[in-house]
Design a protein around this ligand. Structure first.
Ligand code: NI
Length: 176
């Protein structure tokens, strides 16, 4: 396992449409493990393979509120309903946060790291993470659709997260 470098906005791989995976082999499972480790080390709640400069349709997600680690390959939204507006950040756009409108409930299909077909129903924050990560696979960053984009210095962010944690358990300011 290894922590990988996360590429930042401006890197061409983030604008590419990522390639579907035909079969998840041992090498790709090692990549998925590294992506998960990278997500946890950087305190993210989601990471897409293009963010570690691999243009393949692979995402890892953990909403840090009970979902546990979800690794999904070739994710596809097959149903979506409702809408929600909330803040997002991105490990590839450090320090920036903005409000993004997303579907509130989604059904996502794909395969797991052992090539088994899976269907996941998600709502609220978890649904938001999936939509953000799947956007990465299409070559899109949240800043393209965010309103009220603002730069929050890391030390300010830590204070905000601390205050929020005193008030109520909140995870929505973690980068995706
Ligand atoms: Ni992101």
């Amino acid at each position: 396992m290894a922590v990988l470098d996360v590429v930042k906005a401006g890197h061409p791989v983030l604008k590419q449409v990522a390639e579907p995976v035909e079969h998840v082999n041992k090498k790709l499972r090692a990549l998925i493990d590294d992506m998960a480790e990278t997500m946890y080390k950087t305190e993210g709640v989601g990471l897409a393979a293009p963010q570690v400069a691999v243009s393949k349709r692979i995402i890892v997600v953990d909403d840090q509120a009970g979902s546990g680690l979800i690794a999904l390959i070739n994710p596809e939204i097959t149903h979506a309903e409702g809408s929600q507006v909330g803040p997002e950040g991105c490990l590839s756009v450090p320090g920036y946060f903005g409000d993004v409108e997303r579907f509130n409930k989604i059904t996502v299909k794909g395969i797991d790291p052992h090539n088994k077909k899976v269907t996941i129903k998600a709502e609220g924050f978890l649904a938001r993470i999936f939509q953000h990560e799947i956007d990465h696979l299409e070559g899109h960053l949240f800043i393209e659709k965010a309103t009220n984009l603002r730069l929050i210095a890391r030390n300010c962010l830590i204070i905000i997260l601390y205050v929020l944690s005193l008030w109520e358990h909140q995870t929505f300011l973690f980068p995706l």
